[in-house]
Design a protein around this ligand. Sequence first.
Ligand SMILES: *[C@@H]1O[C@H](CO)[C@@H](O)[C@H](O)[C@H]1NC(C)=O
Length: 236
Amino acid sequence: MLSFQVEKTRTIGNNKSNPISVTRVYVLVYFLSIYIYKFFIPLEIVNSVLENQLNIMRRLSEERTKLVFEKLTKYIGNNVKLLVDRPDGIYCFREKKDRVYYVSEKILNLAATIAPDSLMSFGTCFGKFTKSGKFRLHITALHYLAPYAQHKIWLKPSAEQQFVYGHNITKSGLGRITENTPKYQGVIVLSMNDLPLGFGVAAKSTADCKFADPMAIVCFHQADIGEYIRSEDTLL
Ligand SMILES: *[C@@H]1O[C@H](CO)[C@@H](O)[C@H](O)[C@H]1NC(C)=O
């Protein structure tokens, strides 16, 4: 093919002033096309673009796995490994359209038999990646994380409603807080009778909470069970 093109350009070139440069351009274009199509685009990128278009559930990249586990560790510490290594089977994380699903291998195999466009959801949506690349935990993960929580905040009954409407928690609404909770620790928020209500981030350490002003914020709201109603359309 290459030699044919070279011959051809030579014949054409004979009638023209500079045949060599025309041939050189042909050869250059030929090698450049090989270079661009076979080596220049990493296979990983080609695959991820294809999978996104096909709407397929896929494994998380190493970088995204790290972000998800970092976020989970913030709330349940080393108990994260208990989420994956469960007595009732192997559980894993899969991604579909930036959403991260926590799913048993059994369900995953069943989900794989359904046409990707017909599959709305599988397992439990734990959260999603934002446009800026951060992982945001959804309230749907609460049921799985609450049993492993290491730091908790209990709300007085009078403060529950404020929280499940998406508000931060003030000192006046604080019933109890786990001893030695550091500032900015991820916490599970519960009612006084241990019903999980959501996630938060401690705005003050346990020690600082004791001396805080009644109106001072002690916990920043992250997610709450009111979202099952407020954000019904965007949650899953
Ligand atoms: C909770 O506190 C954070 C940080 O001060 C603030 O950005 C956010 O708007 C507050 N949320 C509500 C609902 O007041």
